[in-house]
Ligand binder design. Structure first.
Ligand SMILES: Nc1nc2c(ncn2[C@@H]2O[C@H](COP(=O)(O)OP(=O)(O)OP(=O)(O)O)[C@@H](O)[C@H]2O)c(=O)[nH]1
Length: 183
């Protein structure tokens, strides 16, 4: 079908925007989280998100196998109306931290782009726009920045819509012309 890519910085409102838009689709909604709760602060944050979503979405967790989970969802009998993936960048960092070679990660991004574009439901793919600050000090940080940037270029090529959340607004980059919306 088609997918929307939405990026932005931390607390830019990108996830809330994607969730609101997803609510406008059919009643079978799935939320796929790629985050893992490694400490109490993250656990509390995740619990808040779960409470906010309430019963509007069925939650799946896919910190490493996002591409595989999307492939399975695209097959009958599972047929959601809409899927929200939050977020691409954490999935990429999970793969990097699992020591996957960079080329293998890029192949998985390709596979993800293909399944998102062909799935029989719409997907909102949330991501963090990284790389606009200082050059990261560590090789791992630099690899993450580069892999994220390349993944965004790849995914934007296949996305039917692309949005950027910044300065408390959501800017629609595709389809043009540029449009402003409340975050
Ligand atoms: N494991 C897990 N993670 C979740 C769940 N719900 C949300 N998350 C994670 O929470 C993270 C987003 O939370 P925040 O850090 O508060 O949001 P943010 O990206 O800084 O802010 P926004 O730009 O407003 O979206 C995402 O990485 C999600 O994967 C869940 O049910 N389980």
């Amino acid at each position: 079908m088609s997918f929307s890519l939405i990026g932005g910085g931390a607390r830019s409102g990108k996830s809330a925007f994607a969730l609101r838009r997803a609510l406008q689709r059919g009643p079978e909604r799935i939320f796929i989280a790629t985050a893992q709760a490694f400490d109490d602060e993250m656990r509390a944050r995740i619990d808040r998100h779960i409470a906010e979503r309430g019963s509007d979405f069925t939650t799946l967790e896919a910190p490493h196998d996002l591409d595989e989970v999307m492939r399975r969802l695209a097959l009958p009998p599972t047929r959601p109306d809409v899927v929200v993936v939050d977020c691409l960048t954490l999935w990429l960092s999970n793969l990097l931290l699992a020591d996957l070679p960079h080329e293998a990660i890029e192949r998985r991004v390709d596979a993800l782009a293909e399944v998102l574009a062909s799935a029989p439901f719409h997907t909102w793919l949330v991501t963090n726009e990284v790389g606009m600050g200082l050059v990261p000090e560590t090789p791992l940080g630099r690899a993450f920045r580069d892999i994220s940037g390349r993944a965004h270029q790849r995914l934007a090529r296949s996305a039917s819509e692309v949005y950027l959340a910044a300065l408390g607004m959501v800017l629609r980059l595709r389809p043009g012309p540029v449009e402003l919306a409340e975050p």
